[in-house]
Each structure stands twice: as structure tokens, then as C-alpha cells.
Design a protein around this ligand. Structure first.
Ligand code: SF4
Ligand code: SF4
Length: 75
């Protein structure tokens, strides 16, 4: 799987201004382990460009920091 740095063109973006450092809830929820905690900032980000668009990462985030960019075909 391709590793990615924090980008805006991945399926899931996380607003670092809303993410609670060391929360890890979305990372724990993801069945694909696509999300990770940046060791420098302690904030979550998408580190693998793989997503099932299943949604618990966004639904469970307590601050609404996670945005899942659903492809038009499965909206
Ligand atoms: S669930 Fe929300 S606040 Fe928690 S690590 Fe993920 S993005 Fe940050
Ligand atoms: S939508 Fe599902 S697969 Fe995609 S990052 Fe969130 S929990 Fe993981």
C-alpha cells in the first residue's frame, strides 16, 4: 500500500486544528489501519491511501475533525 504524507487529495482529511492530540479514536476505529498519529504533532492523519468509505472515523470523532470525501458514485 502506498504511504502518503498529509495531503488534501487523500480520501480522508483531518483538520489538525480540531484534532485532539493523542486521542487516537479514529485510528483505533479504522478497519484498514489507514489512519495514524503523526509522532511530531500527536495528531491523526491518513498515512495509507486506502479507504472503504465506511465512516466510523468521522462519525466517532468528538470534534468533527475528520472529513471523508465520498466518491460521487457511492454517495
Ligand atoms: S477521533 Fe478526531 S480528535 Fe480523535 S484522533 Fe481522530 S481526528 Fe483527532
Ligand atoms: S472511512 Fe473507514 S476505511 Fe476510510 S479511513 Fe475512515 S474508518 Fe478507515
Amino acid at each position: 500500500m502506498p504511504l502518503v504524507n498529509q495531503r488534501v487529495d487523500v480520501p480522508v482529511t483531518i483538520d489538525p486544528n480540531l484534532c485532539i492530540a493523542e486521542c487516537t479514536l479514529c485510528v483505533d476505529m479504522c478497519p484498514l489501519d489507514s489512519l495514524a498519529i503523526d509522532p511530531d504533532t500527536s495528531k491523526a492523519y491518513m498515512h495509507v491511501d486506502e479507504c472503504w468509505y465506511c465512516g466510523p472515523c468521522a462519525a466517532r470523532c468528538p470534534t468533527g475533525a475528520v472529513t471523508v470525501d465520498m466518491p460521487v458514485l457511492i454517495r
